[in-house]
Design a protein around this ligand. Structure first.
Ligand SMILES: Cc1cc2nc3c(=O)[nH]c(=O)nc-3n(C[C@H](O)[C@H](O)[C@H](O)COP(=O)(O)O)c2cc1C
Length: 393
């Protein structure tokens, strides 16, 4: 079992997290919907892209800095919103936010986080972004947006691809819930991880703290998951982007776009940036990988807005490939969760170091000194079929 600072890849970090986190929470992160086909393809499609090596280029003074929404960030990677970071390890979201701040990149806090907006704001110094799920209880949503404003979140990430929850078989089989239900099976899973249990006993943060105490009605812990699942608003549509943006009064990043028409609709309705995302393969199983659809979306809206990509980024090479196809920056979800599970703040810091080094080395071996110059010329070939490619007869 390597120490955190000996871990060399995100995949190794994932294996370490598997050993250290109770099965139901580890598998909550390491799962996709239905067959998990899209989840797998997000990663495997990156490996179908080959990079173009260049030599005899002066590689001194390399730059990895880019901007997102006009702000300088240390490398083209941000932390994606991920529910239950605080179940991978105690106070997970606070730890991930601190690691992101140290690395000089944005951290996005999920609506469905364990640590609340206020918890993160009180325990960190750098500004962080807030991700919004629109729920039927609009009063709650108005207050949630106001709370993000009060915490001085500089941007809102509006997730559009979860009006209906994709089914993840592992969660059903594991009887997953947040807060954890104490069934014999779940207690048995937790008892396999005494260190995890001890840390959890040392924090008061065990439930969806953005929600508990902020919604009307009496919700005991057991009814909370059911309430939440019934609250995702199936009527969410493009016209909602405008009032959300108006209420927030700052930039809104629309997340969950896989189609060029949708990207255009997002921008037409006021989005300040879009994230090409399939929710890490957790929603529409059978949807294409994000790297596959990125070029057509960049082609349609790339001149009008910033286009980011998530889903499947596991290395600095993947980041370079996303940039080469036109993404301005990327987000990582599971790599951050694996870092938390394996080693808390130190684990996330290590994940970011790994990706940063891979990014720097890969960029250099492609003959680039500045990440902002990465483009299609850095791609050698791509075996990913195009949209509507004819079926082989
Ligand atoms: C365990 C888990 C929880 C997630 N929770 C949220 C969430 O609360 N809000 C959201 O917009 N996206 C959520 N996502 C999706 C991520 O923001 C992101 O789109 C996805 O993780 C990117 O894929 P990757 O994990 O392959 O990097 C979640 C993803 C995972 C794996």
């Amino acid at each position: 079992m390597p120490a955190i600072d000996k871990v060399l890849t995100v995949d190794e970090m994932m294996r370490l997290a598997r050993r250290r986190v109770p099965k139901m929470f580890f598998e909550y992160a390491d799962s996709g919907s239905y067959t998990e086909g899209t989840y797998r393809e997000n990663e495997s499609d990156f490996s179908k892209i080959k990079l173009n090596q260049k030599v005899a280029v002066n590689l001194e003074g390399r730059n990895l800095k880019v901007t997102m929404l006009g702000k300088d960030i240390a490398m083209p990677v941000a932390i994606a919103p991920a529910a239950t970071g605080g179940m991978q390890t105690a106070d997970g979201e606070i730890k991930a936010a601190r690691a992101a701040a140290k690395a000089g990149i944005p951290f996005t806090l999920s609506t469905m986080s364990v640590c609340s907006i206020e918890d993160v704001a009180e325990n960190t110094t750098a500004p962080f972004w807030f991700q919004l799920y629109v729920m039927r209880d609009r009063d709650f949503i108005y207050r949630l947006i106001d709370r993000a404003k009060a915490a001085r979140c500089p941007a809102l990430v509006l997730t559009m691809d979860l009006q209906i929850l994709g089914q993840r078989h592992k969660d059903i089989r594991n009887g997953l819930s947040t807060p954890p239900k104490f069934t014999p099976y779940s207690v048995w899973q937790m008892m396999q991880h005494p260190l995890w249990c001890m840390r959890m006993l040392g924090t008061k943060r065990h439930t969806f703290r953005n929600i508990v105490g902020h919604v009307s009605g009496d919700h005991d812990l057991a009814s909370l998951s059911a309430w939440t699942a019934s609250q995702f608003d199936p009527t969410l549509n493009w016209s909602d982007v405008r009032w959300i943006k108006e209420r927030f009064g700052g930039p809104v990043i629309v997340k969950g776009v896989l189609d060029a028409d949708d990207a255009q609709a997002a921008v037409d309705n006021g989005a300040d940036a879009v994230v090409v995302s399939n929710h890490g393969g957790r929603q529409l199983d059978g949807a294409p990988s994000t790297i596959r659809v990125l070029p057509e979306i960049v082609d349609r809206v790339g001149k009008r807005t910033e286009v980011y990509l998530d889903s499947g980024i596991r290395s600095g090479q993947d980041v370079i490939k996303a940039l080469a196809y036109g993404a301005k920056s990327t987000f990582i979800g599971r790599p951050m969760l694996y870092g938390l599970g394996a080693g808390g703040e130190e684990g996330v810091t290590r994940v970011l170091e790994i990706i940063r080094r891979e990014l720097d080395t890969t960029m250099a071996l492609c003959g680039e000194r500045d990440v902002r110059n990465v483009g299609l010329h850095n791609i050698y070939s791509n075996d990913i079929p195009a949209r509507n490619a004819p079926m082989v007869q």
